[in-house]
Design a binder for this molecule. Structure first.
Ligand code: UT7
Length: 323
């Protein structure tokens, strides 16, 4: 059985760090409120010359380096983003060009904060279907560009950044001991479309628009949706929470992460938390968290890792893989 095995990973963050205290003169908020309600302490904010494409390119180059590969080795680029450089062409194609890659194919995937989980599951299908051998999966976002900086209920929550993985086809035994992607479950339900959305777009207003969120409503659904899709993934793989080495959740809110891990019976020391450092970087949050836990030596070859995300749509999903 063909498995999609992680060969390398990388990340890129804008130069500028914005601390919670930096908001205190802009909107009525406080470091204390932000830390207590979300766990966020800082986020990176892109300068004019830093875009979804440039951050995605930097993360992709880092992932290729760590895999010992060059763009010539890659067949497919999937970029998860909701903040493309332009309405079209796909920012994935721009990254392909920046990498000097003129073969293979590239496309964007739009599932908001669940984008990276959707993209890994999709890359796995391309690899197992024999349509690609080596795939660059990137999550890159510049949410700072779509924030309403006068809305304290959203502007303090998000940040910019990018992360990437290189996946490669490898023969596996079809067992849970295989390396690579082992199981995935994806969900969406558009009945919730107005709880977290951007109030503009090419076909409606002809503008880019700003992010709008009913935070309390999102919070109310998050834990149930996350735990439900993870339990489905555990069922598909035939494992329990105890078998996991690492839980790498979407980094939106420390309280959602804690409540989800508790409900699933995942021990606190197995949970990777980076929301304090990056804020919510949407589709970049899971690969950025992976990059921190790989760099500090927590996630090692052979570890069983669970990725999870939930966001606008709503969309949600989980991927189980052995690193
Ligand atoms: O990645 C996609 C998924 N997105 C999420 O997972 C976000 C989910 N939601 C959340 O994380 C939380 O709902 C928030 C962090 C957005 C808000 O936390 P909360 O505990 O649900 O607060 P709340 O919305 O119930 O607001 C409590 C109070 C309100 O004041 P009143 O009505 O009680 O007087 C808000 O106006 O806090 C006020 N508030 C703020 N105060 C200081 C809202 N934003 C701020 C702020 N600073 N930045």
């Amino acid at each position: 059985m063909i498995r999609s095995v992680v060969r390398g990973n990388g990340a890129a963050l804008p130069r500028r760090i914005m601390k919670n205290a930096d908001f205190e003169g802009m909107v009525e908020t406080s470091d204390e409120w932000i830390v207590q309600r979300t766990g966020i302490r800082q986020r990176h904010v892109a300068a004019d010359d830093e875009t979804t494409a440039s951050l995605g390119e930097a993360a992709a180059r880092a992932a290729l380096d760590s895999a010992g590969m060059t763009p010539a080795d890659i067949d497919l680029i999937i970029l998860a983003t909701s903040t493309p450089n332009n309405t079209f062409p796909a920012t994935a194609v721009e990254i392909q060009n920046r990498l000097g890659m003129h073969h293979g194919f590239a496309f964007d995937m739009q599932a908001v904060c669940s984008g990276f989980v959707y993209a890994v599951a999709t890359a796995d299908l391309y690899i197992r279907g024999g349509l690609a051998k080596r795939v660059l999966v990137i999550g890159s976002e510049t949410f700072s560009r779509i924030l309403d900086w006068s809305d304290r209920s959203t502007c303090v929550l998000f940040g910019d950044g990018a992360g990437a993985l290189v996946l490669e086809a490898e023969d596996g035994a079809g067992a849970i001991t295989d390396r690579g992607v082992l199981a995935a479950s994806l969900r969406s339900d558009g009945v919730h479309k107005d709880k977290l959305f951007v109030d503009g777009g090419p076909s409606t207003t002809g503008t880019v628009g700003h992010l709008r969120m009913e935070g309390r409503e999102v919070f109310k659904h998050a834990v149930g949706m996350i735990t439900d899709v993870i339990e489905a993934t555990f069922g598909e793989a035939g494992i329990t929470a105890e078998d996991l080495d690492w839980f790498v959740p979407h980094q939106a809110n420390k309280r959602i992460i804690d409540a989800s891990a508790k409900k699933l019976g995942i021990a606190e020391e197995k949970v990777v938390v980076t929301v304090d450092l990056h804020g919510n970087t949407s589709a970049a949050s899971v690969p950025l968290a992976l990059s921190v836990a790989v760099a500090d030596g927590r996630i090692k070859k052979g570890d069983l890792v669970l990725l999870e995300a939930m966001g606008g749509g709503f969309t949600w999903g989980a991927v189980l893989l052995r690193w």
